[in-house]
Design a binder for this molecule. Structure first.
Ligand code: NG1
Ligand code: MG
Length: 510
């Protein structure tokens, strides 16, 4: 049975968490701003949170399972329907200027120009996929409603905490609600949102949308993409001292959309080509689609073992997965002898195709730029990181009796993840490496980049006892050195103890 998105009947009775928490003044300010701008209070509100990923980086687009949790930072959208054929967009942060776009009179989908940098594009992405869903699932559906909208975010942008997915999920939910959908399954909303950022040219996986929609207070999520999307919330073991995750923003912004051809999308292309070369060498064919129209490394693993044994009992599945992933890492080492990479001509030769065919098959969906495709290191990272996810989960579900051993073992996996992201996936940066070094030397058990990387945030495994030491060291040795003018308020935003929060919600007006 699909899980339904919660619907709360009255805006005036927002759940207690907002009225009693620090969020109340924010909501009051937003309601006031909405009324002043649009002349009435909103019909309803949607919200969707950002996420931090504990482990399992750059593997979701290969369909390997990941371990994120939703954070408390979120995107809130206040909405009223209007009678015009327009979407009016305001932002609670006035540095984002007012935007508006017209809805095609014939009910066609709105067009998105990814080359134009505007925050409105994220709303459009959510709007577009919701519109598609309405047209496909409701035969009588004709024209989507015009909307007056106010957006407000507390997830830092371009920081690897997935403000984009939070925005898109909240926008899709807002559009569904404005067009009369009062109930939608979490799986459905996640599935819609997953493909939406492709309209902005990013071929992302599904981790962020899953975490944003399925987030559960006090729980992390085990997100599986195969054989179908499944998010299992779980609690951290009770330990003394308490297990705590500290998120440290490097304050280096990483604009994934602008750098996609050499960073994010290039990685997606590299792992797809690696998967197809492995399939070619072992004479199997991959049925899965990676989003760019080719196979994935997960697909290769399954084709190699012929069938997916998803029906095994839990421990059996993990054990089997562990054996298979170790074998996959071995195959990568065997097949890809050019550790420094392959030119397009060399990669084509491995596949027994021409460079034109390689271009057509792998490089036509999204523009990428490279000298060499790092097939060995990217594929090795994906299989080994996926293995670390299973090992991490096993530790959390069957923790050693001694808490310090647990922290140590979890921390080692996070450190190895970071090393791999730095050395094999090349998506760290010197600032993130420095933060991880400082944190580890001052009491963090494990420190790693979280999210896409190339800047943005890091996550650190600390305890209720060591968290203050780690924060102090980072302030003194990183933030005050690199940003001498940093204010206390900015420091507070940059260093956050991450508490798992609830996922997407709609609050409806009477
Ligand atoms: P962020 O951190 O939001 O840029 C991206 C992708 C994820 C995942 C991670 C790396 C989007 C929306 N999200 O996250 O799917 O691949 O990088 O693990 O692009
Ligand atoms: Mg993002």
């Amino acid at each position: 049975m699909a899980t339904e998105i919660d619907l709360v009947p009255e805006v005036s009775s927002l759940p207690e968490i907002y009225l009693t928490s620090d969020h109340a003044p924010r909501y009051r300010k937003l309601f006031k701003m909405f009324k002043e701008s649009y002349g009435e209070y909103p019909d309803f509100v949607t919200r969707s949170p950002g996420r931090v990923n504990l482990i399992g980086e750059h593997i979701d687009y290969c369909y390997f399972s990941v371990l994120p949790m939703a954070i408390e930072g979120d995107i809130v959208i206040l909405v009223s329907k209007n009678d015009s054929r327009k979407i009016n967009l305001l932002n609670g942060d006035t540095k984002f200027k007012q935007e508006s776009f017209a809805l095609p009179a014939d009910g066609a989908l709105v067009s998105i120009d990814p080359t134009v940098t505007t925050w409105a594009n994220y709303f459009k992405c959510g709007y577009l996929v919701a519109h598609q869903y309405l047209s496909e699932s409701r035969p009588s559906f004709k024209l989507p409603a015009g909307m007056d909208v106010l957006v407000d975010g507390t997830v830092p942008a371009a920081a690897g905490l997935s403000s984009s997915a939070a925005f898109i999920c909240a926008a899709a939910l807002a559009t569904l609600r404005a067009n009369g959908i009062t109930s939608v399954s979490k799986e459905q909303l996640t599935t819609l949102a997953i493909v939406s950022e492709r309209h902005l040219g990013v071929f992302s996986g599904g981790m962020d949308q899953s975490a944003s929609v399925f987030g559960k207070r006090d729980h992390a999520l085990y997100v599986q993409f195969q054989p179908q999307l499944k998010c299992t919330p779980f609690k951290f073991p009770d330990t003394e001292p308490q297990l705590t995750f500290l998120v440290a923003n490097s304050l280096v912004t990483a604009n994934k959309h602008e750098t996609a051809p050499v960073n994010y999308n290039l990685r997606v292309v590299e792992v797809s080509i690696a998967a197809e070369i492995l399939a070619h060498k072992y004479s199997v064919s991959i049925v899965q689609d990676s989003g760019i129209g080719t196979g994935t490394l997960r697909g290769f693993m399954e084709a190699y073992y012929k069938e997916y044994e998803g029906a095994l009992p839990w421990d059996g599945e993990v054990l089997e997965g562990t054996i298979r992933l170790k074998q996959m890492a071995k195959l990568v080492r065997t097949v890809f002898s050019q550790m420094d990479g392959y030119t397009a001509a060399e990669a084509a030769e491995e596949l027994h195709i021409t460079v034109d065919q390689l271009q057509e098959r792998f490089l036509s969906k999204t523009p990428v730029r490279f000298e060499k495709l790092k097939l060995y290191s990217r594929a090795l990272h994906v299989y080994e990181e996926s293995l670390r996810v299973l090992q991490y989960l096993t530790l959390l579900l069957h923790p050693p009796v001694d808490s310090v051993s647990l922290f140590h073992d979890l921390g080692q996996l996070m450190n190895k993840s970071h090393d791999s992201l730095r050395a094999l996936y090349n998506c760290s940066c010197k600032e993130l490496d420095e933060i991880c070094e400082i944190a580890r030397s001052s009491g963090s058990y494990g420190s790693r980049v979280t999210g896409a990387g190339f800047g943005g945030c890091s996550v650190h495994l600390v305890t209720s006892q060591t968290v203050q030491d780690v924060k102090k060291a980072l302030i003194e040795r990183y933030y005050r050195v690199r940003f001498p003018d940093i204010t206390d308020a900015a420091l507070e935003d940059a260093l956050v103890i991450s508490k798992p929060g609830i996922g997407s919600l709609v609050y409806t007006g009477g």
